[in-house]
Design a protein around this ligand. Structure first.
Ligand code: NAD
Length: 481
């Protein structure tokens, strides 16, 4: 079963070719379910970054001149290859990240879809031609690739966070250097080799895993040849990268942290809301930026909702994601496990009622049980900090205005969920909620064909949808006589 590991190039991928790190250093990637070492991979440093930058810069002109149809067909082949290797990709995701195999398969579908979607978008990069209103000349507007791009990805969706950036950059005609998260570089290395097999020319893509992110990215961000930074990760790291990017006025796309409210109004279909909350909370074991972090329920239906959600959460099986019947895998690492425990203890210490779970599972692996807390006090850290774990935090409210106010009481603005049977209320509240994405009567919203992204401190820009490719394009105005 672990033979998926034999498909992973364990060196750096420089311009598509395997190469050991200049320093000769390697680092171990662990299975969070067993704490065992899966593989040791090359550990990139500043010298490797410089080499990747040389390649990206040298290849940029040729790559942007490559016909869009050709770029599209490479992405389409990559989509087919990811599907061909579906079982291997899914197993790798489960082995290095921990989510159950069924969820890894869902990620493979989602991740592969970005390759297909952007293969279709590559040939629809349009400009416009118009007469100047004054009659004085013509206005020609065209789009050009931004240029060499640095992509930094998190560990929670090891495949999809890569394809969402790489496919858009490649479709637009940008070369790219990808720095995967140190917990989960294996899927990205395999993806890099699949893109090379799909025909991506030498030099277009480098994949550089590293244990020292800042040492690798700081010189790249200071290099005048880099033209774009796309980052998915925490708001704190995003802010520090934005400050560095300001030095060269780099184009940036920032997919940052979330603190999604899940708001259940009194008129909601409670059974549907419970299923939606389970999906919004427990997808990826709660380790999703779109995860329902705060569940706000109208006090008129709070008891019924809480009882039913607790009963559903209690039935979830926790264990090694490679085993059949497992619903919830381990958290990514010990640090994450302690952080979840700390936030739960903080809420309970301040008066929240612990209805389920609440203690890390003893033994090997970073397991934390599905946990339900209700009567969350307003000063609990859980209401303002992203828990990134299987913890459902339920708080009550009275009436629509209070529900909207509760949803918006955060500096984040990525996803929000609302449950109501009233269409007028659904649209009214969806418009008032301060987030980039709103799920109405559904708990899972991600779609390669839709613009994914946040407002407020959740980020800048959008990934996926027709908007996604724009992040990698510059607009040029040519004034014609
Ligand atoms: P993180 O910010 O710690 O790390 C993200 C990436 O940044 C990793 O590759 C990491 O190695 C790198 N990094 C860390 N410090 C760096 C530095 N100083 N310089 C350069 N790179 C650095 O986040 P994480 O723990 O990997 O991921 C979880 C976070 O990501 C959560 O906050 C989650 O909400 C967010 N996330 C957001 C989205 C989204 O689309 N908005 C999607 C997934 C995850």
């Amino acid at each position: 079963m672990d033979s998926a590991l034999t498909w992973v190039p364990a060196e750096l991928l420089l311009g598509g070719h395997e190469k050991p790190a200049a320093s000769g250093r390697r680092f171990a990637v662990h299975n969070p379910a067993t704490e065992e070492i899966l593989l040791e991979v090359a550990d990139a440093g500043p010298d490797d970054a410089a080499q990747a930058m040389d390649l990206a810069a040298a290849t940029q002109a040729d790559w942007s001149a490559t016909p869009p149809r050709q770029r599209a067909e490479i992405l389409r082949r990559a989509y087919e290859l990811v599907e061909h290797h579906r079982d291997r990709f899914a197993l790798l995701v489960t082995l290095e990240m921990g989510k159950p195999l069924a969820e890894s398969h869902a990620e493979v579908s989602y991740g592969a879809e970005f390759l297909r979607w952007f293969s279709e978008e590559a040939v629809r990069i349009n400009g416009r031609y118009s007469a100047a209103p004054s009659g004085n000349g013509r206005i020609l507007v065209t789009k050009q690739p931004v240029g060499p791009t640095l992509a930094i990805t998190p560990w929670n969706f090891p495949l999809a966070m890569g394809t969402r950036k790489i496919a858009a950059a490649v479709a637009a005609g940008c070369t790219a250097i990808v720095k995967p998260a140190p917990d989960t570089p294996l899927t990205m290395l395999f993806l890099g080799s699949v893109l090379a097999e799909a025909g991506l020319p030498d030099g277009v893509l480098s994949v550089l895993p590293t244990m020292d992110a800042a040492a690798l990215t700081a010189p790249l961000l200071a290099d005048r040849r880099l033209r774009k930074l796309t980052f998915t990760g925490s708001t704190a790291v995003g802010k520090s990268l934005l400050a560095q990017a300001a030095g060269k006025v780099l184009r940036t796309s920032m997919e940052l942290g979330g603190n999604a409210p899940f708001v259940v109004f009194a008129d909601a279909d409670i059974d549907a809301a419970v299923e939606g909350a389970l999906a919004a909370k427990m997808r990826n074991g709660g380790e999703a930026c779109t995860a329902a972090n705060r569940i706000h329920v109208d006090n008129a239906v709070r008891d019924e909702f809480t009882e039913k959600l607790t009963a559903r959460m209690a039935k979830l099986n926790v264990g090694d994601g490679t085993r059949p019947g497992v619903d919830v895998g381990p958290l990514i690492n010990e640090r994450q496990c302690s952080k979840v425990g700390e936030l739960v203890d903080d809420a309970v210490g301040k008066g929240a009622a612990l209805l389920l779970g609440g203690r890390p599972e003893p033994g090997r692996g970073y397991f934390y049980p599905p946990t339900v807390l209700s009567e969350i006090p307003s000063d609990a850290r859980l209401l303002t900090e992203e828990v990134f774990g299987p913890v459902a935090a339920i708080a009550g409210f009275d009436g629509e205005t209070a529900g909207v106010a509760a949803a918006n009481a955060t500096e984040y603005g990525l996803a929000a969920y609302i449950y109501t049977r009233d269409l007028d209320r659904a649209l009214r509240v969806a418009e008032q909620v301060e987030s980039g994405m709103v799920g109405v009567n559904r708990g899972v919203i991600s779609d390669a064909a839709a613009p994914f992204g946040g407002i407020k401190e959740s980020g800048l820009g959008r990934e996926g949808g027709a908007e996604g490719i724009e992040e990698y394009l510059e607009t040029k105005y040519i004034a014609l006589a």
